[in-house]
Design a protein around this ligand. Structure first.
Ligand code: NI
Length: 167
């Protein structure tokens, strides 16, 4: 396994729309494993292929505290969404930045596993939030897009400041 480089905002490649995965081979399995390793190491609870500069519809997540419940969603599609909840979100492409975002609180998703086998799953709470956040990345959308222009510019200024401090 290998750790991958995570693109950080405002890298324009974060705006690329991912294409469907059509080849379910060893390279796809390796990519999913590398993405999980990269996500755990960051540490984070979700990572979309877009964030590692692979523009295919693939995301990984694990919201468990023990890091023992990895999920890989290939070609995910939202089938149903209901309820609203506000959750404080972060993103590995925005280190140190957090903001409240409102999303559906219950979802049903259709996807394929790394072998191409289709499945459906229901999710709520943090898992639902995480899946919606990562699915946004696959269409070139990031969580600060949901914020008001004022709130967004405040956060992005903070991101710049932290980056300068980190050298
Ligand atoms: Ni993110």
């Amino acid at each position: 396994m290998a750790r991958l480089h995570i693109l950080e905002f405002p890298d324009p490649r974060l705006r690329i729309r991912a294409q469907p995965v059509d080849t379910f081979d060893a390279a796809l399995k390796k990519l999913a494993e590398d993405m999980l390793e990269t996500m755990y190491a960051a540490p984070g609870i979700g990572l979309a292929a877009t964030q590692v500069d692979v523009h295919r519809r693939l995301l990984v997540l694990d919201v468990s505290e023990q890091h023992d419940s990895p999920l890989v969603l290939v070609n995910p599609r939202l089938l149903k969404a209901s309820g609203r909840e506000v959750c404080q979100e972060g993103c590995l492409s925005f280190p140190g930045i957090f903001a409240d975002v409102e999303r559906a609180d219950k979802i049903r998703v259709a996807a394929q596993d790394v072998s191409g086998k289709p499945f459906e799953m229901d999710a709520d709470g943090l898992t639902a939030v995480c899946i919606q956040h990562e699915m946004d990345h696959l269409v070139g959308k990031v969580f600060v897009d949901y914020l008001s222009p004022l709130k967004r510019s405040l956060l992005l200024r903070r991101l710049e400041k932290q980056r300068r401090k980190a050298g």
